[in-house]
Design a protein around this ligand. Structure first.
Ligand SMILES: *Cc1c(COP(=O)(O)O)cnc(C)c1O
Length: 402
């Protein structure tokens, strides 16, 4: 017990406890006890970091890149990010407009710390990535959750956004492809939102973490290409974690207006300083070396995605949007809410995920964690064998509900 005088900070206490904590702890305990748990809760690719990237990390250590680097990251890496943006999109940025951070998550955290004052509102389309609302809250801002519709394939909804926008709206978070829904925003919705953001002077935070993991032909629409005028009020967040299977290396990057990046560097300089030097060299190799890896990931994920969606849709009462990017399916199980097992009622996604874990030995993430309680997220960054086995268990578990 802490002594009475040592209270926790209000800003920590106002962040609600994560709805996944209990389910995660139980999964861990069951696994430790030797249970055969099939794990669909992971948010990282199941392939290893490409060999040439690992080699670059090792070589960096041998070459003595084991000291502090500039706070915003080595200039070679920031130049490589600018070159990549130029080649892929035709965007012109200079290294001073780039901050390399300890993962994409850290970059997003820095963005909100740099721009939010108490009372500032941030529009967050839901289902959202779990960390957006707490990050906004920890920065003193107010998350404003804007529900998206399953029947619109979770596309961005300009009408809903207009309803939730106020004079206090300072920023909007976009995430296409989305974690957890896999949605890729349509050009039409992005056009409407680009106009709103420009007219109202909102900062657009575009989390492009899954940009390279898409299942449609050709490039996906990006709001900056739809309306290049947004360049002065847009920060892009991206990284190598998902597209190069580098989650443990902790390298992400933010690109945007120089004033915002400078403020973020001030925050980073007083908190983490630079991200790990060898990781930066590994990320440099990922961004400048052979570019076939994201395609390999896509190829591995395609048949799993097809099987998963088909198997889920074959279950009575379950609907499932076909994910157009990332590596998650996000089926709607609300038809089963209100049913029960051995006298215990399934009253929402947390109870259902707990039931899947206890009775089917399947670990998943309840939709409540993403602000959408009708759903459950399953990652397909796992083998086809596990997916086939898991789907059979889920089918039987649902059939056993009364
Ligand atoms: C994984 C993820 C990130 C950040 O990942 P890092 O491991 O911190 O680089 C950011 N946004 C979304 C939507 C993600 O799924």
């Amino acid at each position: 017990m802490l002594p009475e005088k040592i209270t926790l900070a209000d800003r920590v206490l106002q962040v609600p406890p994560s709805p996944t904590l209990a389910v995660n702890a139980k999964a861990k305990a069951l696994r430790a006890a030797g249970a055969d748990i099939l794990n669909f809760s992971v948010g990282e690719p199941d392939l290893s970091t490409p060999a040439h990237v690992c080699e670059a990390g090792k070589q960096a250590i041998d070459a003595g890149h084991t000291r502090y680097t500039p706070v915003a990251g080595i200039v070679e890496l920031r130049e490589a990010i600018c070159a990549r943006f130029r080649k892929e999109h035709g965007w012109e940025y200079v290294p001073e407009q780039v901050q390399v951070s300890c993962g994409g998550k850290h970059g997003l955290y820095n963005i909100f710390q740099a721009i939010l004052n108490p009372g500032d509102e941030v529009l967050i389309p839901a289902p959202y990535w779990v960390s957006y609302p707490p990050m906004v809250q920890l920065a003193g801002g107010t998350p404003v959750i804007v529900p998206l519709k399953e029947e619109n394939d979770f596309d961005l909804d300009p009408t809903a956004l207009a309803q939730y926008a106020t004079a206090k709206t300072k920023a909007i978070i976009l995430n296409s492809p989305s974690n957890p829904t896999g949605a890729v925003y349509t050009r039409a919705s992005l056009e409407a939102v680009a106009k709103m953001a420009y007219d109202h002077g909102w900062l657009v935070v575009s989390d492009d973490m899954y940009e390279e993991l898409t299942y449609a032909e050709g490039k996906i629409a990006h709001i900056l290409n739809i309306d290049p005028r947004l360049k002065e009020q847009l920060v892009i967040s991206n990284g190598v974690s998902k597209s190069f299977a580098m989650t443990g290396w902790r390298i992400g990057y933010s690109v945007g207006p120089i004033e915002v990046i400078k403020a973020m560097n001030k925050i980073q300089s007083q908190s983490t300083s630079n991200p790990a030097a060898p990781s930066q060299y590994a990320a440099l190799a990922a961004l400048t070396g052979p570019q076939d890896f994201p395609a390999q990931l896509r190829e591995a994920f395609l048949p799993r995605r097809a099987f998963f969606v088909k198997a889920l849709r074959a279950i009575k009462g379950v609907t499932c949007v076909n994910p157009m990017g990332a590596f998650y399916v996000f089926p709607n199980f609300s038809a089963y809410f209100g049913k029960s097992f051995q006298g215990k009622t399934i009253d929402g996604s947390v109870a259902l995920a707990d039931y899947f874990l206890s009775e089917a030995k399947v670990a998943s993430v309840p939709g409540a964690a993403f602000g959408a309680d009708a759903f459950i997220r399953f990652s397909f960054a796992t083998s086809m064998t596990v997916i086939e086995k898991g789907m059979e268990r889920i089918r039987l578990a649902l059939a056993a509900l009364q």
